[in-house]
Design a protein. Sequence first.
Length: 147
Amino acid sequence: MERGSRTKLVAAMVLAAVFGSGLLVGFVADRRLDGASTVAAAPESTPEAPTGERTRRPRVYEQLDPSPPQVAVIDSILQVHRQRMNELDREYRQARHEYRANYDAVVQETRDAIAAVFPPGVATEYRRLLAEFDARREAERAGRDRN
């Protein structure tokens, strides 16, 4: 047997051995995890929620079993945080509204400048094509919003 053929054969055998051992280890690990996941799937202290109700995920600090005074302090911290987040949300919505208005104004100015390049009949056709484009885009957005 030639040296190159022997090297290829040894490489193929090593590769097959590595692949086979990987399959075996994966199979064993999978069997062990299957047994563990059935135990961990149903925590003991989770109450059953009535059908149609959303269950609240426990907060991380609740896992530490805080005392009533600690819960009171944590609740006040969360209330302040909630107020700050609500204010940030209002600011974001306002900024997004202003951005959209400015964006739309720049788009309209650009379209008007392009239309001015064309003779009146062609400019009218350009505006008609833009209106069709805008209608298609709006229909696509409405379709995405429904899904």
